[in-house]
Design a protein around this ligand. Structure first.
Ligand code: TYM
Length: 339
């Protein structure tokens, strides 16, 4: 098994990232590396320049995100932890795959439509070709599994389409070059929603900080955000079916279930019939209990800039070594002469 996944170093790591992706990165690291597989986790800094950004902030956020991932349990000795900018093979493979990806495929991407909005003419070319870089990220390493949240599913399907078409167009039938990667999406935490609006996902780009729990929030802030989270006046139902049409309530119960390592039904068996006045403090405490040690480690790690840079340098060196053979074969398959 080879596990590959990435995160953009824009802003803070939040609870949606953690429950939807990072927790699985850590679990897979523990399981897969013990049985001889490999895990590659990277900061998608090349993706981050597809939107307007401040260079100094990107550099600072990149180091902070390394500290956050290590604080969450990514071990740079067992997983390969790096940033794309130090592994130029990602950008090279993207260019080679641009010949295979179709405009129509990219035009259908919901993230492109959402982020470009009505101003497509003013969007960057990078935002449009973003999913091809994402395909390159995983195909470069022959990834078998890609742990992500639900919002990345469509991009992963595109990576499979690109791999399939490239294999069909340029490889002998019995020797396909690219492995088709499978998305690994945790059913119970596929889509953690905003605390202010149960119909939109928890996101770093939401202007309201009250909409998300940041992994760096203090205990007081977490308790405050949970207390102020939007809910409805009804008590909690006794069974999951009773959450139908109650998006905010469902989101909070789902977060509780995932954090406690139990099911929505088990949470409702305990809190069914209770109002949010009782449930919210319990959820807040559960969050603080899990996030406080992560936060403490993060605050310590972020001070050691040289140490964080060394982690990325070492990771990039290992990633480059794994990337080169597939990249070489891609050049060759396309008939590109390199001496
Ligand atoms: P990014 O940086 O937006 O998010 C990182 C990971 O967190 C997941 N996630 C969520 N999961 C559940 N609920 C939420 N509210 C939530 N918000 C975010 C995302 O699904 C993701 O798994 N394009 C990617 C980064 C990327 C990548 C890749 C991922 C670049 N190349 C190759 C996998 C493989 C992104 O912007 O994720």
């Amino acid at each position: 098994m080879r596990i590959v996944s990435g995160i953009q170093p824009t802003g803070n790591l939040h609870l949606g990232n953690y429950l939807g992706a990072i927790r699985n990165w850590v679990k897979m690291q523990d399981e897969v590396t013990a049985s001889g597989g490999q895990c590659l986790y990277f900061l998608a800094d090349l993706h981050a320049i597809s939107m307007p950004h401040t260079p100094a902030e990107l550099a600072a956020n990149t180091r902070e995100m390394v500290a956050a991932l290590v604080a969450c349990g990514i071990d740079p000795d067992r997983s390969i932890l790096f940033n794309q900018a130090q592994v130029p093979q990602h950008a090279e493979l993207q260019w080679l795959l641009n010949g295979t990806a179709r405009m129509g495929w990219l035009n259908r991407m919901t993230q492109w439509k959402d982020k470009a909005g009505k101003n497509r003419e003013g969007a960057s070319v990078a935002l449009f070709t973003y999913p091809v870089l994402q395909a390159a990220d995983v195909l470069l390493y022959q990834a078998t599994h890609v742990p992500v949240g639900e919002d990345q599913k469509q991009h992963l399907e595109l990576a499979r389409d690109i791999a399939q078409k490239f294999n069909n167009d340029f490889c002998p039938e019995d020797a396909p070059l690219f492995t088709l990667p499978d998305a690994f999406i945790p059913p119970e935490a596929a889509r953690i929603m905003s605390l202010r609006d149960g119909s939109s996902k928890m996101s770093k780009s939401d202007p309201s900080d009250m909409s998300r729990i940041n992994m760096t929030d203090s205990a007081d802030t977490i308790m405050q955000k949970v207390k102020k989270a939007k809910t409805d006046p009804e008590p909690l139902p006794a069974e999951a079916a009773g959450l139908e049409g109650r998006a905010e309530a469902r989101n909070l119960v789902a977060i509780y279930a995932v954090m406690a390592g139990t099911t929505v039904d088990a949470v409702l068996a305990e809190f069914g019939g209770e109002g949010f006045g009782k449930f919210k403090p319990a959820l807040g405490e559960l969050l603080v209990e899990t996030l406080a040690p992560i936060n403490a480690r993060f605050l310590q790690l972020r001070e050691d800039k040289a140490g964080l840079d060394a982690i990325l340098r070492k990771g990039a060196e290992k990633a480059r070594a794994l990337a080169v053979p597939t990249l070489d074969k891609t050049y060759e398959a396309l008939g590109l002469v390199r001496g």
